[in-house]
Design a protein around this ligand. Structure first.
Ligand SMILES: Cc1cc2nc3c(=O)[nH]c(=O)nc-3n(C[C@H](O)[C@H](O)[C@H](O)COP(=O)(O)OP(=O)(O)OC[C@H]3O[C@@H](n4cnc5c(N)ncnc54)[C@H](O)[C@@H]3O)c2cc1C
Length: 518
């Protein structure tokens, strides 16, 4: 067994983007930092990979869009990472006895969006309701976003600063499903709004977990705009690694931490291969459930992951039955079978222990905004990458017979998508190996084994409101939302109070808690 006799100021467990952000801030403050990552590569759920050996295409394997990463972190650390705007926010096809139709929403309100609302709903009323709702949400977002990198503020203080108490009451104090039903009349419009409350959160639209999820999807940088990571998610990790190394951080890959000891002067960790490292502080930048296991404590309760992620390479963009230009439909989030009632029914079916049919899902094309993840040859030939994210497929549905459930869920996802395509998606998928397509499917179970997401929860834990609730107190490291019962250990991953998503906020706040205490 090898023992590293030097004592680090901070040992970081987990080399996802949050662990790297924490490492950079601490090293920038001249602290001696060691980062231990169990996998061969850094990045965790923020990684790019050449998934299909026959094709030079580097897909964002897990997370794929960026909204929550504060500009301040990018600036503080000098991260050279560009995100590109999406001209289209979403397209949602629908069908009835008169045929196929759809709702196109641009990222900035424009004539085509107004026309699309009018065509769908028969008047300008729903479009007007949409605009005024999201303008009010944006006002709240502008108040909340800057608070995420500061000690937790009281709900009452933030509420008093938001000039519109109504929107606070709606988003924080009223079940989001009720709010959406009050604000909008059309089932499809309601569904587009509701998806932001359900992605990555297995909850009913009447559950406040859905409110928290909705908020996180709309507050990023005060605009809630979801942007395309230029070069893919791996670019962010490459940059963070470059900066960490330049600041003197020691990084060990293939170093799974299997034991943590804590004493009066600090902590010691042991890795699977028997190496031992000591530090004054420990940032646990993986899921809090994994920390609880290492400390022989009870795991914090958390919702299961409930998504299916399918990564695809297609030789051409599929055409839709509604006749919309595929370059518009796939440029934003293409919602499939995600009307309000479909989402509500799907949740009920999944909760009763079955896979929903039709399966609600969304799909998006990275390469319409950024071709740099493709070789010149694939780009010239018109290939595209597609990312499909299906909702309401909770972890427990996969545990009994994982391969059968995965194959059924895959069939349901493709069937759901194909309902709206002129030709089945299979005819566009690039061939790969013998009788195979360039398609990778990941269930919550796969996410647990690949990146250590407990029960596949993409946010590690369920999201909570990013402020102190009435009667809640926080002192010391708890002010940053990262404290544990152990004075030397803080949570620095997505499971921290304001973690969740690709934001680096948890890593930043863990570093601040340590620096403030020392
Ligand atoms: C399919 C999918 C799609 C998503 N889409 C988006 C999106 O588009 N936009 C968005 O903002 N968010 C998205 N998310 C959520 C987001 O990716 C995560 O919340 C975020 O990446 C978590 O980052 P993290 O650094 O906190 O933890 P992780 O990325 O989970 O990294 C934790 C790291 O710790 C390592 N580790 C675990 N245990 C140990 C141990 N014992 N010893 C050493 N190392 C250990 C793991 O290997 C891992 O590398 C998505 C997530 C998934 C899974």
């Amino acid at each position: 067994m090898h023992s590293d006799l030097s004592t680090y100021d901070t040992v970081i467990v987990g080399g996802g983007h949050n662990g790297l952000v924490a490492a950079c801030y601490l090293a920038k403050a001249k602290k001696k930092v060691l980062l231990l990552e169990s996998n061969d590569s850094l990045g965790g759920a923020t990684a790019s990979i050449q998934l299909f050996p026959d094709y030079e295409a580097y897909l964002s394997r897990y997370s794929y869009l960026v909204s929550l990463l504060p500009d301040q972190i990018v600036k503080d650390l000098g991260i050279q990472f560009t995100t590109l705007p999406r001209a289209i926010a979403s397209y949602t096809p629908g069908k009835d006895e008169n045929g196929d139709f759809g709702l196109l929403i641009a990222s900035e309100w424009d004539k085509q969006t107004a026309d699309s609302f009018r065509r769908l709903t028969g008047s300008d009323k729903e479009g007007f309701a949409w605009r005024s709702f999201y303008e009010e949400v944006a006002r709240l977002a502008q108040r909340l976003a800057p608070s995420l990198l500061k000690p937790l503020r009281r709900a009452s203080d933030i509420r008093s600063e938001v000039a519109l108490p109504g929107i606070w009451q709606e988003l924080i104090e009223t079940p989001i499903g009720e709010v959406i039903e009050n604000r909008f009349q059309n089932d499809l419009v309601r569904g587009v709004a509701l998806t932001d409350a359900l992605i990555g959160t297995f909850a009913s639209d009447k559950d406040f977990n859905a409110n928290a999820c909705f908020l996180y999807h709309l507050i990023g940088n005060g605009t809630g705009q979801w942007r395309v990571p230029k070069g893919g998610m791996g670019q962010l990790i490459g940059e963070l690694e470059r900066i960490a190394i330049s600041l003197g951080v020691t990084i060990h890959r293939r170093s799974k931490v299997t034991e943590i000891e804590s004493g009066s002067n600090g902590i010691a960790v042991r890795t699977e291969s028997g190496q031992r490292f000591c530090g004054r502080n420990l940032v646990f930048a993986a899921a809090p459930q994994l920390l609880a296991n290492l400390l022989n404590q009870k795991e914090p309760e958390s919702l299961p992951g409930s998504q299916l992620k399918i990564n695809m390479l297609v030789s051409e963009l599929p055409k839709l039955k509604s006749g919309v230009d595929p370059e518009l439909a796939f440029a934003g989030t293409l919602h499939i079978n995600e009307s309000f009632l479909q989402l509500r029914n799907a949740f009920g079916v999944a909760q009763r222990g079955d896979l929903p049919d039709p399966l609600p899902l969304e799909i998006y094309c990275h390469t319409l905004a950024d071709q740099s993840i493709l070789s010149d040859e694939l780009s010239k030939e018109g290939f595209h990458t597609l990312t499909l994210f299906a909702l309401h497929t909770p972890h427990n549905l996969f545990t009994e017979n994982p391969s059968e459930a995965k194959s059924r869920a895959t069939d349901l996802a493709l069937k759901s998508l194909n309902e709206y395509l002129l030709d089945p998606i299979e005819s566009a998928l690039a061939p790969c190996g013998e009788n195979e397509f360039a398609m990778e499917v990941m269930t919550p179970l796969d996410l647990q084994s690949e990146v250590g997401l407990p029960r596949g929860n993409i946010f590690h834990n369920q999201l909570s409101f990013p402020f102190l609730l009435e009667g809640e107190e926080a002192i010391g490291k708890a002010k940053w939302g990262v404290a544990t019962e152990d004075p030397h250990i803080v949570i620095g991953g997505a499971g921290a109070r304001r973690g969740g998503g690709v934001s680096g906020i948890a890593g930043h706040n863990a570093a601040m808690a340590i620096l403030e205490a020392n």
